[in-house]
Design a protein around this ligand. Structure first.
Ligand code: GUN
Length: 288
């Protein structure tokens, strides 16, 4: 039977550590980390994510501001907001919740954020640094996966890691992190996507599977190797309102050596890593 990797518990521990660092800043009379979250429109899933981020910031003692813009807002309006926040010395992190309405060019928006405040790690400068193995803000979800693996004593060195999904938010940065010449990484990485041929054969090779494809229960028990580690990044809302991952958890549980549940797996880690990156941004300024 697989060990269930308890993301909720690991995330709470990470958040507690962050809270202690906030206490230190407070005791020293120093400015607390500030995060601004911008949401454009009324996408229900985005609203839930943004609310969770707000609650986490408030609990941790961060300064949090939320900017709600109507769905009809222009790209210029959003750019104007970001330019003001780039200059605001009280603000360490700027997060524009994705996806944006179709008429707004996401690349333009992400590129307009000061890379030093890009706590999502989506700016081309931070992506480039990640590719080169330089210190950078790393996207929160894959960073959370690496943290979960480290805390669970799962070392990727020399392992076959198969990432299913090639998104900029999860698949690509996840692959780069697993590939890094760094403690806990050094994996042999394969990225699968909708055009991959013989995908089941590729997944069957994996010592570690990271599923981020957005299809409920895509990864079935017959696809995974006995003893594989299975990380489920999927958050799919089913018709009955329940949440379901990209992995058939019940069937794989008896075959994998370790597995993350949905909910309570990767999801809570994403928020903990957002706090981590925002605190990091604050501390970077302390050093300069
Ligand atoms: N939409 C889904 N995941 C994310 C994320 O990590 N950051 C942002 N900004 N938008 C998202």
């Amino acid at each position: 039977m697989a060990t269930i990797i308890d993301g909720k518990k690991i995330a709470l521990e990470a958040r507690e550590k962050i809270r202690l660092e906030i206490d230190e800043l407070k005791n020293a009379g120093k400015r607390l980390p500030g995060l601004v979250v911008i949401i454009v429109g009324e996408d229900p899933a985005s609203k839930v994510y943004v609310r969770n981020k707000k609650m986490a910031c408030e609990k941790a003692g961060f300064v949090h501001r939320q900017i709600n813009l109507p769905a009809e807002s222009t790209e210029e309006q959003l750019l104007t907001e970001i330019q003001a926040l780039n200059k605001d010395s009280e603000i360490d992190g700027i997060l524009v919740q994705l996806p944006l309405p179709k008429h707004i060019n996401e690349d333009n928006i992400i590129s307009s954020i000061d890379p030093e405040k890009d706590v999502d790690g989506f700016h081309p400068v931070n992506v480039g640094k990640l590719v080169l193995g330089q210190e950078a803000f790393v996207p929160c979800t894959p960073l959370g996966v690496m943290k979960m693996l480290a805390i669970s004593d799962i070392d990727l060195s020399g392992k076959e890691v198969v990432v299913i999904g090639r998104s900029n938010i999860v698949g690509k940065p996840m692959s780069l992190l697993a590939l890094q010449k760094a403690q806990g990484a050094n994996a042999t990485v394969t990225i699968c996507h909708s055009r991959t041929q013989n995908i089941e054969e590729v997944i069957a090779r994996a010592d570690v599977v990271v599923a981020a494809i957005g299809i409920p229960k895509f990864v079935k028990a017959h696809m995974v190797k006995e003893g594989a580690v299975v990380i489920d990044v999927g958050v799919n809302r089913l018709e009955d309102g329940s949440l379901c991952g990209d992995v058939d958890f019940d069937a794989i549980q008896s075959k994998a050596s370790a597995i993350t549940p949905v909910p309570g797996g990767v999801g809570p880690m994403t928020i903990a890593m957002l706090l981590n990156n925002t605190l990091q941004s604050r501390m970077n300024k302390e050093r300069t």
